[in-house]
Design a protein around this ligand. Structure first.
Ligand code: KIV
Ligand code: ZN
Length: 385
C-alpha cells in the first residue's frame, strides 16, 4: 500500500505549557525541543513570542539550535504579534508563523464583538503580514469545531488565497464527535476551490476524551497534519496525545505514516513528565505505568502462553520496559509460577498448588504481592520441607 506522510506538529512547548504549574524556563524548553527533534517531529511550536519576554527568548534560542524540524511561533491576527514572532524566529532554518482568529459565531460575537466580514478581512491581513517575513504561514480558525461550515469554508478559501500554506481546523473546545470532525474536513476538501494549495491540520482538545479519535478521523478524511502534545498535556483536559496518534497510524494500515521514532516515546514521556512536574496517569495509553501490565488471572494465563493474546504492540516498540505480570488476588497459578521462576525458584506444579493457597491469603490483604513476599513464601516452604 502506498504511504502518505502525516506531519506531526508538536505543541507541547506552547499549548502543553499552558497547563497550570507546567511553566518552563528557556533551558528546559531547549532540552525538550532537542528531544522532540530527535523523536522525529516535523514541526515544533516553540511558544507565543508576544506573550512574554521569556517566551520570546525561548522561541529565539530554540530557533538557533534546532536544525531539522520547522520552528513555529503562535500569534493573534495582530500586526505587532506577527512582527515579534518574526523577530523571534529570525534564526530558524525553517520558520513558521502560526496566526489566526476566531471562526465560530460564539467567538466572533463574544470575543471580538464584530462581524463575519470583519473576521475575513482580519484573517486575510494577518496572513499577508506574516508572508512579509516567512514563506510558511499556518492559519488557525479558532473554534472551527463549532463554526458555521459555509463561513468556515469562505475563511479557509480567503486565507489560502492570501498565501497560507497550512490551515488549522481546531476543535478548540473538544466538542465534536469523530464523524462530525471528519465531516468538517471532508466538507472543506470538497467545497473550498483552492484547498489543494494548503495542508489541512487537525488540532483537537480532549474535553470529551475524543481528541485522539477526532484527529484520526480528521486524517482519514484527508487532513495531513496533526497537532499534538507529549502525554496529551494542554489546556483544560488537554490536547491530542502525540504518542497515541503516532502508534495508531503505526498499528493500523491506513496508508498514513509519520517520521516519529516510536522507541523514543517512553523516554520522552518521562522527560516531559519530570520537566513539567506533571505525573502521567497509570492507565494512560502507550506511556502509562500500567500500559503493559497484566494483573487478572485470565489475562496473565493467556499472555504467558502467547503475548499477542493481550498485547497489540510490543513494549520495546515504544521504548517501554518489558511487560509486567502484577500479582494480585485476581492472579492465577500460572502467573505465580512465572514470577517464582523469574526469581530463580524451580517449583513443581504441586509446589505451586500448595503455595497458591498461601499466596491468596497474602494477596487478599494487600494491593499487590511483591518479590519480597514471594521470597518469604519460598523460604518458609523450604524450611517446612
Ligand atoms: O485550541 C486552539 O484553538 C488553539 C489555537 C490557538 C491554535 O490552540
Ligand atoms: Zn489548542
Amino acid at each position: 500500500m502506498s504511504q502518505e506522510h502525516v506531519y506531526i506538529f508538536d505543541t507541547t512547548l506552547r499549548d502543553g505549557e499552558q497547563v497550570p504549574g507546567c511553566k518552563l524556563n528557556t533551558k528546559e524548553k531547549i532540552a525538550l525541543a532537542l528531544a522532540l527533534e530527535e523523536l522525529g517531529v516535523d514541526i515544533i511550536e516553540a511558544g507565543f513570542p508576544m506573550s512574554s519576554p521569556g517566551d520570546f527568548e525561548s522561541v529565539n534560542e530554540i530557533s538557533k539550535i534546532v536544525k531539522n524540524a520547522s520552528i513555529c511561533g503562535l500569534t493573534r491576527a495582530v500586526q505587532k504579534d506577527i512582527e515579534v514572532a518574526a523577530e523571534a524566529l529570525k534564526y530558524a532554518k525553517r520558520p513558521r508563523i502560526h496566526t489566526g482568529i476566531g471562526a465560530s459565531d460564539i467567538h466572533i460575537k463574544h470575543k471580538f464583538n464584530t462581524s463575519r466580514e470583519d473576521i475575513l478581512a482580519r484573517a486575510k491581513q494577518a496572513v499577508i503580514w506574516s508572508k512579509n517575513y516567512v514563506d510558511d504561514v499556518e492559519f488557525y480558525a479558532e473554534d472551527a469545531g463549532r463554526a458555521d461550515i459555509a463561513f468556515l469554508a469562505k475563511l479557509v478559501e480567503t486565507v489560502i488565497t492570501a498565501g497560507a500554506t497550512v490551515v488549522n481546523i481546531p476543535d478548540t473546545t473538544g466538542y465534536c464527535l469523530p464523524h462530525q470532525y471528519a465531516a468538517i474536513i471532508s466538507y472543506l476538501r470538497n467545497n473550498v476551490p483552492n484547498i489543494d494549495k494548503a495542508i489541512l491540520s487537525c488540532h483537537c482538545h480532549n474535553d470529551l476524551g475524543l481528541a485522539t479519535a477526532n484527529s484520526i478521523a480528521g486524517v482519514i478524511a484527508g487532513a495531513r497534519q496533526i497537532e499534538c502534545t507529549i502525554n496529551g498535556l494542554g489546556e483544560r483536559a488537554g490536547n491530542t496525545a502525540l504518542e497515541e496518534v503516532v502508534m495508531i497510524l503505526k498499528q493500523h494500515q491506513l496508508g498514513l505514516n509519520t517520521n516519529v521514532v516510536s522507541k523514543k516515546l517512553h523516554p520522552l514521556s518521562r522527560l516531559v513528565s519530570e520537566t513539567m512536574r506533571m505525573q502521567v496517569q497509570p492507565n494512560k495509553a502507550i506511556v502509562g505505568a500500567n500500559a503493559f501490565s497484566h494483573s487478572s488471572g485470565i489475562h496473565q494465563d493467556g499472555f504467558l502462553k502467547e503475548a499477542t493474546t493481550y498485547e497489540i504492540m510490543n513494549p520495546a516498540e515504544v521504548g517501554a520496559d518489558t511487560s509486567k505480570i502484577v500479582l494480585t488476588a485476581r492472579s492465577g497459578r500460572s502467573a505465580l509460577a512465572f514470577r517464582f521462576h523469574k526469581l530463580g525458584y524451580q517449583f513443581t506444579r504441586n509446589d505451586v498448588d500448595t503455595l497458591y493457597e498461601q499466596f491468596l491469603q497474602i494477596a487478599d490483604s494487600k494491593k499487590e504481592v511483591l518479590d519480597e513476599d514471594l521470597h518469604k513464601m519460598a523460604e518458609s516452604k523450604v524450611t517446612v520441607e
